[in-house]
Ligand binder design. Structure first.
Ligand code: MG
Length: 414
């Protein structure tokens, strides 16, 4: 029974049709899902261009790029609701397949829902589970009046962040090895203890190598450096050359170098045999079992997880425990309040990804919250971020912004 977890002071909550005390809610503890609304909305990024899916974003002065994102609100018959935002819109479309399986279910039974939906979506990538599960963690936190990291059994702790750049451009921004090196120094001076290069997407291998070496020379030995070509290096030989430069510059990891979409276990095994720098792959494969296979086949040194894309906080935790059982670390992909709570509760992880950042453009860490932000100025002087401490996710979504930029969405209700 929920009431055993954490007795709280009684609060009177005024709802549209009924009044429940917090104690009554805890005794009821069977919030049934009655309504789900999905939102698809545009986020405008000044001086940025790239695909609407948010891939390959880079600096482009004078251009206003648009990234399309989704949000979800889950309502229950107790008046409690859960909210989350920031997922890819493909997940919202896929959610249409499973919405009928969610309505009427107990909102606290996240694990049962995860397994039922994972099975139902077995012919797909199961992206649709993520946002729903995160909403349900938010709802549970509000019910128990606890931040999600506390529900996960952890106390608040500092999360070291790395500055994760936009991709290289040819437009006066991150357009040269020196530009990357200078920006890395700027980030270090702000407090960041890690810096990740998203390089050029045009196969400039000498440029990538020079950037790796110049960045290390500029920041010294006491900053973790990573590179993520995002599958843009044309050949295996190119990846090997870049990997050897990472060895020379003592990089923390090399991430998804190949044009295989980050999926070839064989290629990554070969690369791991030939470079010393830890390899990070598995961002572009989905599901508990496939990612586990990537780890135990020794295709990757570090396991990539993303609550928004890997089955929510519930799914990401399973992967963190897989990694823990294998004695390796997980690295959480991208930003967001759910990821701060998740990282707070994971021992075997190293960095929070502050993405995407640039010397002359605003972050892609879209600020769709009223009391929470991402970006170069979101860290403390030691380079850390923290999970919100309010109940649930603790990040108040700016629904006015989302509604005013809405381009789609669906209401599902009993
Ligand atoms: Mg990546």
């Amino acid at each position: 029974m929920a009431c055993r977890l954490r007795p709280k002071q009684v609060q009177i909550l005024i709802l549209p049709t009924q009044i429940y005390t917090q104690t009554e809610r805890l005794f009821m503890a069977t919030p049934s899902i009655t309504r789900i609304e999905t939102f698809e909305f545009n986020v405008e990024l000044r001086n940025i261009c790239g695909s609407r899916h948010g891939l390959g974003l880079m600096y482009s002065p004078g251009e206003n790029g648009i990234v399309r994102r989704s949000a979800m609100r889950v309502e229950t018959d107790t008046g409690l609701s859960g909210e989350a935002a920031g997922q890819l819109i493909m997940a919202t479309r896929q959610f249409e397949m499973i919405a009928h399986m969610v309505l009427g279910r107990n909102a606290l039974h996240r694990n049962e829902l995860y397994h039922d939906l994972y099975f139902e979506l077995r012919q797909h990538d199961a992206l649709a589970i993520g946002l729903l599960d995160i909403c349900l963690w938010d709802l549970a936190g509000k019910l128990y009046e606890s931040p999600v990291y506390e529900l996960l059994g952890s106390k608040l702790r500092p999360l070291p962040a790395y500055a994760s750049t936009y991709h290289g451009d040819r437009a006066g921004g991150l357009d040269s090895p020196k530009a990357y090196a200078d920006f890395a120094v700027e980030c270090k001076e702000l407090g960041f203890t890690g810096f990740k290069i998203h390089g050029w997407l045009d196969g400039d291998i000498p440029g990538e190598i020079e950037t790796i070496l110049a960045t290390r020379d500029s920041v010294g030995d006491d900053m973790a450096l990573m590179i993520d070509p995002a599958c843009a290096l044309p050949t295996f030989a190119d990846a090997l050359r870049v990997g050897q430069a990472c060895d020379e510059a003592s990089f923390f990891w090399i991430e998804d170098p190949f044009p295989d979409g980050g999926k070839s276990f064989h290629a990554h095994q070969l690369l791991r045999d030939k470079v010393r720098t830890p390899v990070l792959m598995s961002e572009y494969i989905r599901g508990l079992h496939l990612k586990t296979e990537a780890a135990i086949s020794k295709s990757t040194d570090l396991l990539r997880v993303d609550a928004y894309q890997d089955g929510g906080i519930t799914g990401a935790l399973k992967l963190a425990h897989v990694a823990e059982s294998l004695g390796i670390d997980v690295e959480i992909h991208s930003h967001g309040p759910a990821h701060r709570h998740l990282m707070t509760a994971i021992r075997n992880t190293n960095f929070y990804e502050m993405n995407l950042v640039h010397p002359d453009a605003e972050t892609s860490g879209v600020n769709i919250y009223k009391n929470y932000k991402e970006g170069l100025d979101a860290i403390d002087p030691k380079g850390n971020v923290y999970a919100p401490t309010e109940p649930g996710l603790g990040a108040e979504i700016d629904w006015d912004y989302i509604r005013s930029h809405r381009v789609g969405g669906t209401v599902y209700e009993l």
